[in-house]
Ligand binder design. Sequence first.
Ligand code: ADP
Length: 478
Amino acid sequence: MIEVKQFINGKMVNAISNGTMQLINPATEEVIADISFGNGDDCTVAIDAATEAFKTWGKTTPYYRAEILKKAAQFMRDNVLEFATDMVHESGKPLAEAKGEWMVAANLFDWFAEEGKRANGKTIPTNRIDKRSFTTWQPMGVVGVITAWNFPAYNPARAWAAALAAGCTVVAKPSEHTPFTGLHMAKALTQAGLPEGVLNVLTGDAASIGDAMLKHPQLKKISFTGSTRVGKILMDGASATHTKLSLELGGNAPVIIYDDIDVVALSKSAALAKFRNNGQVCIAPQRFYIQENIYNQFAELLSKEVAKLKVGNGFDDGVQLGPLITLKQKQHVADLLQMAEKENGQVLTGGKMPGHLDKGYFLQPAVVANLKQSSALAHNEIFGPVLPIFSFNTMEEVIEKANDTPYGLSAYIFTNNIKIALNTAQQIAFGMVGINEWTPHGTELPFGGFNQSGQGHESGSEGLYEYLELKLVSIGGL
Ligand code: ADP
């Protein structure tokens, strides 16, 4: 049994309360670690340490910070097999995906290391001859970063890399389901020379830690990646304390497929895109709207492709889908499937425990057809291996259906007609739109949603400015 402690002020420490929590491997249902279960008290100690560390870290140059972040990125690459192996144990995802995710995390540290050097201010001509005015960008101070389990490395990396490059110090709370990865990332940064207190990693009671972050006057901002439900709790709390927030919340991405596309090729790529990370992705292609003429053909081809996907333990060769993260998440997905069946939805493939597995939170990936727009599968974030398909006739109709959600993170459009593609993209209310591609994101691109999918951006230069404050300096009497 592995013991996992918290990382506060440069040291691995037990929770002040001495509380612990058991970590379960979702593929085997075995307890694999005893995790320190901290709370708001540990969080306050961490914020105090980060406040002290900010006094020096906040005054370093972006060039100095970049050297440390780049060394940390290299450490992640050098240790990718060990780090990815632990990610498979805690999250269940296939080893190849875990390795890929660590490489993307390393790239984020490299990219923000460089971008931190480009936080240029400007000189502004004024209406007085005896006055000069300019702006500079300054680090905000101590920031809290709360992240979800679905991408144990990518989620924290985007926020930590940007915040540290900007000159902020960080108190992080990775998901309680994936503590290994956050602590490995902290190790990479420590090995690279990050001074103590600049990054602190908590594990434990999320509500109490979130509350302590909101109430501490030195914590200037919380960056949160997770559910819309918790995002709202943080917004409520922040209204009392004026803590700034960046929120990367849920999604309900429409996929709009017009009838001029290559149905065979798209059915293959759709099966892979939808079930990446078992559908546990906030930008997962979720509601598939297929133009009437090709609906039956697409449904048939897609079901065949989905039935071929290999489900199993993330360490087994060729596995494309691991287990869902928890029994609760599996139950949530199974409940949605049951609701769809009650609404006369037709399960074309999947939806059951795979026959060759007797343990773990697995589900065979499912395709569900014959659904109406009122279906639960059109309105709930599925976050699992279920692909519902709906039909539509005109562009106007599908735009209305796509926008029929309070979420607004990502959307996908497939057509060879540029006019239809751009008109559709313009009229749908989503922050990221992929046209003829499944990955409308990247280290250098702003990631963020409209409506209830959040506020602010991660990655890209926009992601850096989330951790910087604009200061105007004006000199008179010249
Ligand atoms: P998910 O269901 O995707 O895990 P959550 O929103 O439940 O999304 O969790 C995302 C992160 O938010 C996790 O690190 C979790 O521990 C944390 N969290 C959960 N509840 C709260 C809360 N009340 N305040 C602050 N953070 C929370």
